[in-house]
Design a protein around this ligand. Structure first.
Ligand code: FE2
Ligand code: FE2
Length: 328
């Protein structure tokens, strides 16, 4: 059996498991289940009120970006990933991931409800702020190929579009752009601010680190199983997508932190973005491009780099240790 496929009556019987890494990630994801109302976000209100305008702008800007993009990831999974895979263990995982993205959306709604943030203004930014809109446009272009044209997964071009979409959503949006935002969100806790918000972000990040592991394993499996995709021009194209995404993120971060807040400015965040991009390049089998150090070493504890599940064996024990440490 190959991982790609569209037959409706294929993939209805779970055992034996063909891709144990996917089954293992599903079980880890279920074990990580949480709900936003377990966090007392109201306890952070006093912190929020004493924050500077620049700091409040950063929190609002993050919500403006995160909220619609959680739902955009689900569109990419529903239209661009789920229909083209047949392994039932992958379908189990994707169903859980889609619930998690919904749960993240509800978590960010909880932030918007709790803090005095103008929801309409926050919602508006993903269209009205050019650096934010550009990131969304980049993503939407990939999913459009799959919604407005029918992709034939048995052709090389169809398979390439499948991989491009996964790189755009999984590696770039979830694996670089979200992590850049997570670092800024958690930086408040480094200064003893918004600690409950920080706990909420910990749980979101714990989920996202599994999304990233699933996506990278899926990409590598598809490349491994389809020799027609193993061409150097296609590899260059994927690598270039990641480098372009770094530039987009750098522009966005200058709007996120126009003047900088205590201990954090756009250059610091952008060095972290370059560091992350190098890790993602390596996880896909490329050489690193930027060769910069991690300016936010404290983030390493929050799972920004992967102990990738070994390709054909599924246990990732280091992850479980981390999960225990952050458990409620
Ligand atoms: Fe998410
Ligand atoms: Fe995600």
């Amino acid at each position: 059996m190959a991982i790609l496929g569209t037959g409706i009556q294929d993939g209805l019987l779970l055992k034996p498991i063909t891709y144990p890494w996917a089954y293992d990630l599903y079980n880890q994801a279920v074990a990580n289940t949480w709900f936003p109302n377990e966090i007392q976000l109201g306890e952070d209100l006093a912190d929020f009120k004493k924050m500077t305008e620049e700091e409040k702008h950063a929190v609002t800007f993050l919500m403006s970006y995160f909220n619609p993009n959680e739902l955009l990831v689900n569109k990419a999974l529903a239209f661009g990933v789920y229909p083209y895979i047949n392994a039932p263990e992958c379908h189990l995982y994707l169903a859980k991931q889609m619930w998690e993205e919904a749960n993240h959306c509800m978590s960010f709604e909880y932030v918007l409800e709790t803090f005095p943030i103008d929801r309409d203004a926050a919602y508006e930014s993903h269209v009205s702020v050019p650096s934010m809109a550009a990131k969304e446009e980049f993503e939407v272009n990939f999913i459009r190929r799959m919604t407005e044209e029918t992709l034939d997964i048995s052709t090389t071009e169809g398979k390439k579009d499948f991989v491009r979409n996964l790189v755009a959503y999984n590696v770039i949006l979830e694996g670089i752009w979200f992590y850049s935002g997570f670092m800024v969100a958690l930086s408040f806790r480094q200064r003893n601010l918004l600690r409950n918000f920080g706990s909420l972000m910990d749980w979101v990040i714990r989920d996202e680190s599994l999304h990233l592991q699933f996506g990278i394993n899926l990409i590598l499996t598809v490349l491994e199983e389809n020799e027609d995709l193993q061409d150097p021009d296609f590899a260059d194209e994927i690598r270039q997508m990641i480098l372009d995404a770094v530039e987009m993120e750098e522009r966005y971060n200058r709007d996120l932190l126009p003047k900088g807040i205590l201990g954090l400015n756009a250059d610091y965040v952008n060095q972290y973005v370059r560091y992350l991009a190098d890790r993602r390049l390596e996880e896909l089998g490329f050489d690193p491009h930027y060769n910069v150090s991690n300016p936010a070493k404290w983030m390493a504890t929050a799972n920004d780099t992967l102990q990738l599940v070994n390709f054909f064996e599924a246990t990732n024990t280091s992850y479980e240790v981390n999960a225990q440490a952050t458990k409620r």
